[in-house]
Ligand binder design. Structure first.
Ligand SMILES: Cc1ncc(C[n+]2csc(CCOP(=O)(O)OP(=O)(O)O)c2C)c(N)n1
Ligand SMILES: [Mg+2]
Length: 375
């Protein structure tokens, strides 16, 4: 009965393509066209500027609590670039870059953070789920969607996003195990931004990497520089190719950093040092991509100025549209089910009746609820 090392079939690699000076490794460069590169740069800048605007709106009391994604734009934009329109995108709450890329109207994102249910209604014709705050619960939905695709013979792939903190939740592990057992077209992207509110990454798991958890579930994984748009594209493309050809799930650990607050409800200075934040600033995905674009002659100051002006106007118009939105209390009942379950329809009817009674009792003007077709 010998004692010998067990040979595990899965190898874990770490991938980085773009350095801090904006040089791409020629052997690994995904070689995108100038048009694709310019589109990606604009998308990354758009997400950053929207975050900055939303922070200001929150400080002015015009939206609710807000969690920015500053510094993490490449980690979601890279996979979004690889997704096909019919693929499923199951976000957490730090993927605005991917949401915008997938075609979510910006005013819906603003409305979501404003607390309006309408912001969670998925645009027509998009296979996406809305922003998900209950940590890691979306992993189960994603695995279920991937299972559904496999059972139906639908070639779509489910791309699921969560944070490093989310990997401590049972939901993440159940989804990973299920996806492995059933060899599902499931790609799970961990945005390891090193913090789960005030809990640092090293208190989240004793494992030296988060990606190595894929080995326990019997499938492949890769650790990618999450602040490197090219590394994220290459890692996501390999994973998608594998999923589309029946090769099963992939876990991607995007190593990134939350440059801003967790949400507008906390003060990171209370739990992390300024030095740590300063250390990450040169690795900012936008700074690096900008350097690459200038270095390769695809952008100059005049071009950036033009894009900035376009983006500023786009955001201004979206804020205007969002603030003109007429809230409807019946929205609390909409947008979750394709067909409303009878129990929910009964709640909706009861709510409508109590609204009507309230208006007639005290003579106050209540917002006019738009009738639900199925309530
Ligand atoms: C199930 C659940 N528990 C707790 C919370 C409160 N909460 C919101 S975000 C968060 C930390 C999440 O950390 P991580 O997964 O690393 O994502 P990040 O915020 O860093 O993007 C917590 C504990 C929640 N939203 N859901
Ligand atoms: Mg985190």
């Amino acid at each position: 009965m010998p004692r010998r090392p067990i040979q595990l079939p899965h190898r874990i690699e770490s991938l980085s393509i773009l350095d801090s000076e904006g040089n791409a490794d020629p052997a690994l460069d995904p070689k995108l066209s100038p048009t694709e590169l310019k589109k990606l740069y604009r998308a990354m800048l758009l997400s950053r500027r929207l975050d900055e605007r939303l922070l200001r709106l929150q400080r002015q009391g015009r939206i609710g609590t807000f969690g920015p994604a500053m510094g993490q734009e490449a980690a979601s934009l890279g996979p979004a670039f690889v997704m096909k329109p019919n693929d499923w995108f199951i976000p957490s709450f730090r993927e605005p870059a991917a949401m915008l890329w997938r075609g979510w109207p910006m005013d819906k994102i603003i409305l979501w953070w404003g607390g309006h249910e309408y912001g969670a209604s998925v645009p027509e014709g998009v296979n996406d789920l809305p922003i998900c705050v209950p940590v890691a619960t979306q992993c189960l939905h994603a695995a279920g969607i991937a299972w559904g695709c496999k059972l139906k013979g639908d070639p779509s792939v489910a791309f699921c996003f969560l944070g490093d903190g989310g990997t401590s939740e049972g939901d993440f592990h159940e989804a990973m195990n299920f996806a492995g057992v059933h060899q599902l077209p499931f790609i799970c992207v961990i945005q390891n931004n090193h913090w789960a509110i005030s809990l640092p990454r090293d208190k989240q798991s004793k494992a030296p990497t988060l990606v190595q958890k894929c080995i326990a579930y019997g499938f492949d994984g890769i650790q990618a520089d999450g602040n490197d748009i090219f590394a994220m594209i290459v890692a996501a493309r390999e994973a998608a190719d594998r999923a589309r050809t029946g090769g099963g799930p992939t876990l991607i650990e995007a190593v990134t950093y939350r440059l801003g607050v967790h949400t507008t409800a906390d003060d990171p200075k209370k739990y992390r040092s300024d030095e740590e934040v300063e250390c990450w600033k040169p690795k900012d995905p936008l700074v690096r991509f900008h350097k690459y674009m200038v270095r390769t002659g695809l952008l100059d100051d005049a071009a950036v100025e033009l894009i900035e002006a376009e983006i500023a106007e786009e955001i201004r118009q979206a804020v205007e549209r969002a603030e003109k939105y007429q809230p409807d209390p019946m929205d609390s009942f909409r947008h979750t089910f394709a067909e409303m379950p009878p129990s929910l329809a009964a709640h909706a009817r009861e709510f409508l009746e109590s609204m009507a009674a309230l208006s007639s009792d005290d003579g106050t003007e209540q917002p006019e609820p738009r009738q639900l077709a199925d309530a």
